[in-house]
Design a protein around this ligand. Structure first.
Ligand code: AAT
Length: 277
């Protein structure tokens, strides 16, 4: 009974819980930052869980990683320097690496254990780390962005966990200020922005912070991810003042990118039609 009370008590979604049948626990451990769990589910393949919260599953990870990556990268012509925050599983790196215009990909993930565990259990995601353009920084994104050079990145993708624990500061104004500083004029941010069914106030707060911080376009997008609470997750798309960015019509459509979908590495969810739904 006690565990049931706890089950429905996550402060991010009080009173509700989703469940997946566990076939087998494959890994359980604890880092300095969080509890890390991998299990084999009966219907969604392997599942990565951090502090009791599902981060990805084999079956539906495509809808999240492809959208959070191609929404921003297809909105600007010829992205060259990209920064990924979080994303230690490598899935966003795998997606960024489809863009041949990209010259360098920095990633700042706080937890080495997430990276190591994903290399063992999610090789189709961690393959992203094998791209020679990738430079890994293990550390806190808040610190990394404080020290990042000004006006450098064409795109920053914040693939972070929920704002309880190590990702708390990643939804606050000072963090967005450092992101805006690190972007070049007309550069874009795509930030994991929770569920419109569960986090209306958090989204409103993030939207108003971003409208204040980014003087270009600011839009909210969302996608369907059945294993995330409420089954959907959103993204905040922001453009820094400079060359105009139109998030509604991709200037750099994925269908025109040479080599973006090599045999055996097909895109499973994103295309220009899905984007404009
Ligand atoms: N692509 C899978 C989805 C994730 S993973 C989020 C990652 O952000 C985790 O690996 C976590 O260790 C990392 N992270 C958290 N805080 C920080 C920080 N301060 N600096 C750098 N990395 C950080 C997100 C799924 C979203 C789930 C929504 N419910």
């Amino acid at each position: 009974k006690a565990s049931k009370v706890q089950y429905y008590n996550n402060p991010m979604w009080p009173g509700e819980a989703n469940s997946l049948k566990v076939e087998k626990i494959l890994y359980q451990g604890k880092s300095l930052y969080q509890e890390v769990l991998v299990f084999e589910s009966s219907t969604y393949g392997k599942v990565l869980v951090l502090d009791g919260i599902v981060q990805l599953t084999d079956k539906d990870e495509c809808a999240y990683q492809e959208m959070i990556t191609h929404l921003p990268l297809c909105s600007i012509p010829s992205p060259k320097k990209v920064l990924v925050i979080g994303g230690g599983d490598g899935g966003v790196l795998r997606e960024v690496s489809r863009h041949s215009s990209v010259e360098s990909i920095d990633i700042c993930e706080i937890d080495q254990l997430v990276i190591d565990v994903c290399k063992d259990f999610f090789p189709h995601l961690s393959v992203g780390f094998q791209d020679p353009r990738v430079q890994l920084h293990v550390g806190d994104a808040v610190e990394f962005l404080r020290n990042a050079p000004e006006g450098t990145y064409d795109a920053i993708i914040v693939d972070s966990s929920d704002p309880i624990g190590p990702a708390q500061e990643l939804v606050e104004k000072p963090f967005f200020d450092t992101i805006a500083r690190a972007l070049r004029p007309g550069g874009v941010l795509c930030n994991q922005a929770e569920s419109m069914w569960l986090h209306t106030h958090l989204i409103q707060d993030m939207l108003s912070i971003c409208r204040e911080t980014f003087k270009g376009s600011v839009r909210y997008a969302w996608t369907s991810v059945p294993t995330y609470p409420s089954g959907v997750i959103g993204f905040l798309l922001c453009a820094k003042e400079g060359p105009l960015v139109n998030f509604l019509t991709p200037i750099n459509p994925i269908e025109k990118l040479e080599g973006a979908t090599k045999a055996g590495r097909e895109i499973r969810f994103y295309n220009s039609e899905v984007r404009s739904l």
